[in-house]
Design a protein around this ligand. Structure first.
Ligand code: FAD
Ligand code: DLZ
Ligand code: SF4
Length: 524
């Protein structure tokens, strides 16, 4: 490999690093830099991503490359179907080193463990300097997260979030108090869906020529992957993402807080921002979004519970799960503290279930590559927790099906938040609920084949018996948890016959489930 130290700096930009403000691009001169972007088979197939997810990432990458070229940057763009495509990031960087004889490679650390492991081998593989830069698009550096975490026996998002509010000054008064008086308005963010709900449609972006090419490529190469392409309307450029953000701040943030946990049959977006795909790709900056949200509060266009709720998701949960991921990888991926062994039911892929809450959430997932938070947490996640589905299969499912899914954000939400597979490092108690919760927060139950008010009968809502089946199965672990104690007092007050009827009903329901074929998520 020739390297006379006179070549340019090679800057590989990964598919979720699509901003000119990236640490490896910022400050570089154009005539001394080659930006390398790579569509590679390894990334497109390590799980069988939803078709929209691949089309979105490729289209956003191609648009970003064009934007850089228009601005005068030299971009070396490798398409998936190029002859000699090496198939992996490392293989493509090796080919680019041959082409450009760079004096150095500057790369921003990867979002995912798997890719970062490969990047860390580059200094030994390539005969030039390799600099791996921290990803400063996140508001909390990993070193700061670890410093915060090292001081504590238990990690809780709420404590982290308050630190982040203080550190950023977001939604803080000049004398260091939370604006509005409280840190957290969660109590005001749990309204049940009402007739008055009339959320405006979010903007959908008509696929242009580049996106259409990517859609055709996906149909051709990944036709057997899960999901539909018909409704593709994701923002694929920073301009489009800004328009999507404008629409949210103008039309939906006002009621975002109040209806944050609501679910309505057939209504997929409600008042959610629908910005996660753009934020995760790098098209939108989370801190700028928080500042815009705060401005809505200052202007009086949105109430404090909406603004605080939105900001908490971004500087709280999003930053927290990222720090958590890097702190507990690689073990987090294989954790299974509740010893959950059941296979993922096939209906997660087909949507073919009489449970209306699940079938509607899966329909939205299939059509939009999206489901909103409470569907992911309290419908799909709650089911996987109560039914004891094996964490690896649940992780694969979530990683495949959502257009915003990257392992750094998916895994803590799945393994730790919904499945308690980490044994409680993230949550003080499992997010378990019976059908009652879903009935309160949605209109799913009234037309469901199952009856939410029935407990153990043949047509009783399966969540009701699965809930007790789960609590009973894990009494040793949760019985002494002060946040759960009352649940076991209720269980103990039931007579043995009733308890047994719950357990029998749960088992007979679980016996009806057909496990999914693993080829839905991974190639054989
Ligand atoms: P909004 O409701 O408008 O929220 C605003 C923003 O806050 C989101 O865009 C997102 O960036 C951030 N956010 C909200 N909740 C979380 C959270 N729990 N963790 C991290 N960021 C959060 N989000 C992903 O981006 N990728 C994933 O792969 C992903 N997997 C999830 C899996 C499970 C089991 C659960 C419970 C949640 C998951 N989330 C994931 C978080 C959340 O559901 C999505 O970010 C949200 O639904 C995206 O829609 P939105 O942009 O309309 O969000
Ligand atoms: C998800 C994804 C897919 C499907 N394909 C590519 C690709 O071909 N090239 C690329 O640069 N990135 C892709 N990605 C996103 C990467 O998996 C993402 O950049 C990782 O999170 C990096 O750790
Ligand atoms: Fe879901 Fe049960 Fe309600 Fe049916 S009755 S929609 S299964 S919670």
């Amino acid at each position: 490999m020739a390297n006379d130290n006179s070549g340019p700096v090679l800057v590989p930009v990964l598919g979720d690093q699509l901003t000119r403000n990236l640490a490896s691009i910022r400050g570089r001169t154009k005539d001394d830099t080659v930006i390398l972007m790579m569509e590679v088979w390894d990334e497109a197939t390590y799980v069988k991503h939803h078709k929209q997810k691949i089309a979105l990432i490729f289209s956003a990458m191609r648009h970003f490359a064009a934007e850089l070229e228009d601005a005068g940057w030299q971009v070396d763009y490798v398409k998936l179907t190029d002859d000699d495509n090496a198939g992996s990031f490392t293989g493509e960087v090796a080919r680019a080193v041959e082409r450009h004889s760079p004096r150095a490679i500057h790369v921003v650390e990867a979002g995912e463990w798997r890719v970062q492991q490969a990047i860390e081998e580059w200094p030994d593989k390539f005969d030039c300097e390799v600099e791996i830069l921290p990803d400063d698009r996140y508001i909390c550096a990993l070193s700061d997260f670890n410093e915060w975490a090292d001081d504590r026996d238990t990690l809780r998002m709420e404590n982290f979030y308050r630190e982040m509010r203080k550190r950023t000054g977001i939604l803080m008064t000049e004398d260091g108090k939370p604006k509005g008086g409280d840190w957290n308005y969660d109590e005001d963010n749990r309204a049940s869906p009402k007739e008055e709900m009339d959320p405006p449609d979010r903007p959908l972006f008509e696929p242009d020529e580049i996106t259409q090419e990517c859609i055709a490529l996906v149909e051709e190469e990944f036709g057997d992957h899960f999901g539909d392409l018909e409704k593709f309307g994701w923002p694929v450029t920073r301009d489009e993402a800004e328009k999507a953000a404008d629409a949210f701040f103008k039309e939906r943030i006002e009621k975002f807080g109040k209806y944050q946990d609501a679910m309505v049959y057939g209504q997929d977006d409600l008042y959610h921002s629908m910005l996660s795909t753009s934020i995760n790709l790098g098209l939108l900056d989370p801190l700028e979004l928080c500042e815009r949200a705060e401005k809505c509060y200052e202007d009086g266009t949105a109430p404090i519970n909406s603004v605080e709720g939105f900001i908490r998701q971004l500087i709280g949960w999003r930053e927290y799960v990222r720090g958590f991921y890097w702190r507990f990888m690689p073990g987090l991926e294989s954790d299974n503290k509740l010893n959950a062994q059941r296979g993922l039911p096939e209906f997660f892929w087909t949507g073919d279930t009489d449970m209306r809450c699940l079938s509607d959430s899966i329909r939205s997932t299939k059509e939009n590559a999206h489901a909103h938070h409470i569907q992911r947490l309290m419908v799909l996640g709650n089911f996987c927790l109560l039914a004891g589905i094996n964490p690896r299969e649940v992780q694969d499912w979530y990683l495949v099906v959502y257009a915003d899914a990257y392992q750094w954000v998916e895994l803590p939400n799945v393994a730790a938040m919904i499945l308690y597979a980490d044994g409680g490092k993230l949550a003080s108690k499992p997010y378990s609920a019976s059908g009652n919760y879903i009935n309160k927060m949605s209109n799913y139950c009234k037309d469901c084949k199952y009856s939410v008010s029935k407990k153990t009968e043949e047509n009783a809502c399966p969540f009701n018996s699965l809930y007790w089946y789960f609590m009973d199965r894990h009494r040793d672990r949760f019985g002494s948890n002060p946040r759960i104690g009352r649940v076991y007092s209720n269980w103990d007050r039931m007579d043995d016959e009733k308890k047994q009827a719950y357990l029998d009903r749960a088992e007979s329901f679980l016996d009806t489930l057909t496990p999914a074929d693993s080829s839905w998520a991974r190639a054989d």
